[in-house]
Design a protein around this ligand. Structure first.
Ligand code: H79
Length: 425
């Protein structure tokens, strides 16, 4: 039989990871950016840095000697793993990925590889990731770590700190061998089974070196999925750009990642939160193209999730409790995007997500070349009036549905609708 190495070596790019099933069905994940930057909250020496809170060390060109002092007063006593995991569950979230170490180089878990970690360098002294791994797993939520494998602004040989060090003099291999790889091994050894290891901004390694690097990690947890940002076309599912949805439906496993306000890391002056309606529409848009939405929350430096993130996620969860059948376990819709919205599919069913309710309440679906048996509203009437004129299906929406964040019509049909003509990514 094949060894693990042979299995990964021979797995061609169109072969899926054997554990990809849960990910494809999950559809809705929570991304959490949390680190020392959360305490700085987008401000340094009285100046506000709008953009991405986790980039403040870079944006303000803060020397390591100064930045690392922040750890001495980082004490997130409001952190409550049970509360975070319960919020995720209430929001209808199926997986969670949290920053174990972002580009700043600070480890938010108990690491023996460095002293620059939450247990040794802060008054908090505990490992929040241990608690979170347990609280999520208890609720059936897949748990994973974000790990910045190349950029590390704290290390002399880590990628991209150009204000303390000369980039051209760096030995990236030294950094990979002495920090990134040993830390990834800690994360993949000490926190139970991980659903995902989420890599970001690759660099410093050839394709061959990347392959070797991840093969060593695969041995620790063959079931963990690696994000595509491990680089060189490797990884188990595809991530698009930050806050990007692909233009067309895409086959295979993929994910869109979005901020909730405009930043990943907490910024105290960013109130531009997507409303529950916007979140639900984003989720439907991504699902209609066959992907997952991983939506970010940025807890503050005390460990509190911003009020509007909590409130709006709960609203999203309410919508999902009623309409989740159209999202979880679905694939891209066979009805192309329409003025009124988008669709998702399950065998014998098209789910029509009404994102813009037509003023006359009439939903027109062109090209519905199958025999319609019935039309229902999720969480509403089991049977609503419809007409079929040739291939044009017309549904009359119930009046009371106007207030729904997105009404979902289920079209039950017999026979086969033509699949979209898509190429695998
Ligand atoms: O973790 C989040 C980002 O910090 C990370 N990926 C997501 C998931 C990321 N790393 N690099 N980039 C994103 C691209 C960098 C964009 C930048 Fe900027 C533009 C850096 C400086 C200008 C964004 C805007 C950050 C600061 C200002």
């Amino acid at each position: 039989s094949q060894t693990m190495d042979e299995m990964w070596d021979s797995r061609s790019s169109d072969q899926e990871h054997p554990n990809i099933g849960w990910f494809k069905d999950a559809k809705f994940g929570m991304f959490i950016h949390w680190g020392l930057y959360s305490k700085l909250a987008g401000e340094w020496k009285g100046k506000r840095y709008y953009g991405s809170g986790e980039w403040i060390m870079n944006q303000a060109r803060i020397p390591i000697a100064e930045y690392s002092k922040e750890a001495a007063t980082f004490n997130p006593t409001n952190f409550d793993a049970e509360k975070w995991a319960q919020l995720a569950e209430d929001a209808g979230i199926k997986y969670m990925v949290i920053t174990a170490k972002h580009h700043e180089g600070f480890s938010m878990y108990d690491s023996k590889v460095t002293d620059f970690d939450i247990v040794e360098a802060t008054p908090y002294k505990k490992d929040p990731m241990k608690a979170l791994a347990e609280s999520t797993r208890k609720r059936g939520i897949q748990f994973g770590f974000y790990y910045s494998q190349f950029q590390d602004w704290y290390e002399p040989n880590g990628g991209k700190n150009t204000w303390d060090f000369d980039e051209s003099k760096k030995d990236y291999q030294q950094y990979y061998n002495n920090k990134a790889i040993p830390q990834l091994k800690e994360l993949m050894t000490n926190y139970g089974p991980l659903g995902i290891v989420w890599f970001d901004t690759p660099g410093g390694l050839t394709k061959e070196q990347t392959n070797d690097f991840i093969k060593g990690l695969r041995k620790l947890q063959p079931n963990s999925l690696f994000s595509s940002r491990v680089g060189h076309g490797l990884g188990d599912y595809r991530d698009y750009g930050d806050s990007e949805i692909p233009a067309t439906p895409i086959k295979g496993a993929w994910e869109s990642i979005y901020t909730h306000n405009d930043s990943w890391g907490y910024i105290n002056h960013d109130m531009n939160f997507k409303t529950p309606r916007e979140i639900v529409h984003l989720l439907a848009q991504v699902a209609s193209k066959g992907g997952n939405l991983m939506l970010n929350v940025g807890p503050d430096g005390t460990g509190k999730i911003p009020e509007y993130s909590e409130k709006f996620l709960r609203e999203t969860g309410k919508w999902l409790a009623r309409n989740g059948e159209s999202i979880y376990g679905s694939t891209y819709g066979l009805v192309p995007a329409q003025p009124w919205g988008v669709s998702t599919s399950k065998p014998g069913k098209q789910y029509l997500h009404v994102l813009n309710r037509p003023l006359d309440g009439k939903l027109v679906i062109p090209g519905f070349n199958a025999n319609v048996k019935s039309v229902a509203i999720l969480g509403g009437p089991a049977s609503v009036p419809f007409k079929k004129r040739g291939d044009v299906l017309e549904i009359t929406l119930p009046a009371g549905e106007a207030a729904n964040l997105a009404t979902v019509c289920v079209v039950n049909y017999a026979g086969k609708l033509a699949d979209l003509d898509l190429n695998a990514p």
